[in-house]
Design a binder for this molecule. Structure first.
Ligand SMILES: Cc1cc2nc3c(=O)[nH]c(=O)nc-3n(C[C@H](O)[C@H](O)[C@H](O)COP(=O)(O)OP(=O)(O)OC[C@H]3O[C@@H](n4cnc5c(N)ncnc54)[C@H](O)[C@@H]3O)c2cc1C
Length: 405
């Protein structure tokens, strides 16, 4: 039996953006450990499941090759259920990226490294803790082999099997998206709010070359709602180029540190509840993960205490707090009536707030903009009235704020 077990130092489950980027970061560290990546799909980057809109922070986090950027948008248009809208333009100008190429970017950089092996078309099934010479290790079973490692990294997305085995379950939204040739504005990303898909919104993202990614996410009945949305936009379903589906975690960051294990990316719920965007968050978290893994191997200690200290806590202090703010904003929007949207849009249009958002708006880290907005008397009055109508929300907000150090 022992002879059939492969040895490695680290097993990464999931060869998508978080798994590949983490391995790339590890390949740059001094520690040269044997890493095995398990990816269930036959091709890295597929299936394509993303709207691919990422803030300009992407360029600060990674060296971004030009050919991955398909377009940049100057305007974010936010449409209320009534059809009224506001347009925000400012410094942000997010990238529209080729998501398949982004997943492959880091894979291509590391696939030939001696110490990194990709087991593609192979599925992680389970793991259990074992003890060897007084040390806690991980015994993994995949569809093709058994593996013994010191650390297991769950980069296996919103339905993470690694997470499930540790009792972590994400609350998820379901998304549908098409790509189509159209004459919408190529400089504008549009978000359509509607009580029928209140957990997120419908979107139009201009990919460039007159191709648009049109999608919607919701907690249930997404295909029916998507048809309604496409009809509202006057889209002829027979003219689409292709279509995608996908799952988006919803809420705040989950527990991510365990004995010998850490969760990264969607598996840890590192996704903004306001937009469903996860890439900036997971790239930030991956840097903490790589440092933590290096630390664990340097001191030969893989305990939850160490993983928590060097991974989960730094994550909570950087992206975790911001993810809570995204969630608070989402909870408020979810309860908005059509009238609330109208009132808020009127305030934004008439009191120079459009300018404030444009100037200080940050797609990823909204805390400082929210503080600035709350200094505006009209916004405060609006919020006060809204919360008076939604007292149960106040209790939820207080609970979340209590943990928002
Ligand atoms: C429709 C849609 C639109 C989105 N739009 C945006 C956007 O515009 N901007 C943005 O920033 N984010 C967006 N996101 C979110 C973004 O795509 C995710 O945050 C990101 O893909 C998470 O990366 P990940 O590597 O953690 O997980 P994933 O990309 O989900 O990758 C998980 C990997 O693990 C593999 N895997 C899973 N289980 C197993 C197993 N048991 N064994 C082996 N392999 C396994 C999967 O095959 C997959 O390759 C969107 C998501 C969806 C669904």
């Amino acid at each position: 039996m022992e002879n059939n077990i492969e040895d490695a130092d680290i097993c990464v489950v999931g060869g998508s953006i978080s798994g590949n980027y983490l391995c790339y970061l590890l390949s740059k560290k001094k520690i040269k450990k044997k890493i095995v990546v398990i990816e269930e799909h036959e091709e890295i980057g597929l299936p394509f499941q993303c709207a691919g809109i990422i803030s300009k922070k992407l360029n600060q986090l990674i060296e971004l090759p030009n050919d991955i950027v398909l377009n940049r948008v100057q305007v974010a248009k936010i449409v209320a259920p009534s059809g009224k809208f506001i347009r925000l333009s400012g410094k942000e100008q997010p990238y529209i990226i080729d998501r398949i190429a982004l997943d492959r970017l880091f894979y291509d950089k590391i696939k030939k490294k001696d110490n990194i092996s990709f087991y593609i078309g192979e599925k992680f099934k389970s793991f259990k803790y074992i003890k060897e010479k007084q040390q806690k290790l991980i015994l993994i079973e995949t569809t093709k082999r058994k593996l013994k490692v010191k650390m297991l990294i769950g980069c296996d997305g919103p339905l993470s099997s690694v997470g499930k085995l540790l009792g972590v379950r994400n609350e998820n939204l379901f998304a549908a998206q098409i790509r189509i040739n159209h004459s919408f504005d190529q400089n504008e990303a549009v978000m359509f709010f509607d009580p029928r898909w209140k957990e997120l919104f419908g979107w139009i993202v201009p990919e460039g070359n007159n191709i648009f990614r049109i999608g919607l996410a919701s907690s249930k009945k997404v295909s029916i709602k998507f048809k309604i949305f496409l009809k509202k936009l006057g889209i002829d379903i027979n003219k689409i180029i292709d279509q995608q589906g996908g799952i988006i975690p919803y809420g705040v960051m989950n527990k991510s540190a365990f004995d010998n294990v850490l969760l990264l990316g969607d598996s840890a719920g590192q996704v903004k509840a306001t937009t469903g965007g996860g890439i900036v968050m997971l790239l930030t978290a991956a840097k903490h993960a790589a440092s933590c893994i290096q630390k664990c191997f340097t001191i030969n200690n893989y305990s939850r205490k160490i993983v928590k200290k060097y991974y989960e806590k730094p994550c909570l202090a950087t992206i975790g707090r911001q993810l809570k703010i995204h969630y608070l904003i989402r909870l408020v929007f979810e309860r908005f009536s059509n009238e609330d949207f109208e009132n808020l849009f009127r305030i934004i249009k008439t009191s120079n707030i459009e300018h404030l958002i444009s100037l200080h708006g940050d797609m990823d880290f909204p805390k400082s903009m929210i503080i600035k907005l709350l200094k505006n008397f009209l916004v405060l009055k609006f919020l006060f009235r809204f919360l008076r109508k939604n007292l149960s929300l106040v209790i939820e907000i207080v609970k979340i704020l209590k943990y928002l150090k």
